[in-house]
Design a protein around this ligand. Structure first.
Ligand code: ZN
Length: 81
């Protein structure tokens, strides 16, 4: 699948070509695989960003990275139960 390279419109998980809503980090399927604790961090910091909390920008970015890493690890470990 062609990847248009427009950030914010497509799921950032490798090998995933699903579109996502701009407000969401991942497509619905991948978001559902993110551990609840990380989902909570992403939302908490995202909302703080919307309120103009500059410190939350870094925290949100880290939470997003953790979320992507969590689903990527699961994809790579599909051979294990
Ligand atoms: Zn995805």
């Amino acid at each position: 699948m062609a990847r248009p390279g427009l950030p914010g419109r497509w799921c950032p998980v490798e090998r995933c070509d699903q579109p996502k809503r701009p407000m969401d980090l991942l497509c619905r399927e991948h978001w559902g695989r993110v551990p609840a604790s990380i989902q909570q961090r992403v939302w908490t910091h995202w909302r703080a960003r919307q309120r103009g909390d500059r410190a939350a920008i870094t925290l949100h970015r880290e939470a997003c990275r953790d979320a992507i890493a969590a689903v990527t690890e699961k994809e790579d470990a599909h051979a294990e139960g």
